[in-house]
Design a protein around this ligand. Structure first.
Ligand code: COA
Length: 201
C-alpha cells in the first residue's frame, strides 16, 4: 500500500476541539502560541518552535514543511482549536512514520495558557484511534522524558503499555542527555470514551 493513496480525514471534531492540518493562514496564531510557550517547548520539545527569537518567517517555513510532509505522509500534524473560542490550543502529530511495518509515534504540544485541562490527553486519545483506524498502523509509540510529568501521565491515562526506558537517548536543549520512557500500543482497544466526528474538507 502506497501511503500517499490513503484517503485521510482532514477534519476531526470532539465536544470541545476542532482539528485539521496546518494552513498558511495559521502563521500568526502559531507564532503567538510559540511566543507564549517557547520556554516549555525549549525544555521538552526542541526544534524551531522552542526558540525565544523564532520569527513569523520561521513559522511560515515550519508550516510549509508540515504541509509538504503531509502529502509525503512522513509527518502528519494537526492543529487543534477550541470549538468555543476558535483559539489555537496546540498540535498533535504522527512522526517517525515507517510505512514498511507500518508504525509511528505520537507527539503533542499544548499552549501554556491552556495546559492542565486534559487537552494533550484528548489529542493523544484521538490520534491513537486515528492511527489504527485511518493510517492502519500496527504499532504506535509514545516517548516521554521522565522529568516531563504531565507528558508521562498521558500514555498512562490512555492505557499504553510501558515497555522500557532508553537511557541517554536524546540531547536536551542544554546539551544534557535525556532518558526516554517508551510506551506502546498495538491497537486502539479500551481507550477512555471520546465522542469524535471525522470528515473530509
Ligand atoms: C506536556 C504537555 C503536552 C501537557 O499538556 P496538557 O494539556 O497540560 O496535559 P493534560 O492536561 O492532558 O495532563 C496530563 C496529565 O498530567 C497531569 N499533570 C500535569 N502537570 C503535571 C505535573 N507537573 N506533575 C504531575 N502530573 C501533571 C495532569 O494532571 C493530567 O492528569 P489528570 O488528568 O489525571 O489530572 C504540555 O505541557 C506541553 O506542550 N509541553 C511542552 C511540549 C511537550 O512536552 N510535549 C510532549 C513531548 S513528549
Amino acid at each position: 500500500m502506497n501511503p500517499q493513496l490513503l484517503t485521510l480525514p482532514t477534519s476531526i471534531a470532539t465536544d470541545r476541539l476542532l482539528l485539521r492540518p496546518w494552513a498558511i493562514s495559521d502563521v500568526s496564531e502559531l507564532h503567538k502560541l510559540q511566543q507564549e510557550s517557547w520556554e516549555q517547548l525549549n525544555k521538552w520539545y526542541g526544534g524551531i518552535l522552542s526558540k525565544e527569537q523564532t520569527t513569523k518567517d520561521d513559522i511560515q517555513v515550519y508550516i510549509n514543511n508540515a504541509l509538504s510532509s503531509w502529502y509525503n505522509r512522513d509527518f502528519l500534524e494537526f492543529a487543534a482549536f477550541s470549538k468555543d473560542t476558535g483559539q489555537l490550543i496546540g498540535a498533535c502529530s504522527f512522526h517517525h512514520l515507517d510505512w514498511t511495518v507500518p508504525k509511528g509515534r505520537i507527539g503533542y504540544i499544548v499552549r501554556k495558557s491552556a495546559s492542565g485541562k486534559g487537552y494533550a490527553t484528548e489529542m493523544a486519545n484521538i490520534f491513537t484511534r486515528y492511527g489504527f483506524q485511518h493510517l492502519i498502523i500496527k504499532r504506535l509509540e509514545l516517548r516521554t522524558a521522565p522529568g516531563n510529568q504531565a507528558s508521562c501521565m498521558v500514555p498512562r491515562k490512555l492505557g499504553f503499555q510501558f515497555l522500557t526506558v532508553f537511557e541517554k537517548n536524546k540531547v536536551g536543549a542544554q546539551g544534557d542527555l535525556w532518558d526516554l520512557e517508551i510506551h506502546v500500543r498495538f491497537n486502539a482497544d479500551n481507550l477512555p470514551h471520546l465522542h469524535i466526528d471525522y470528515s473530509q474538507t
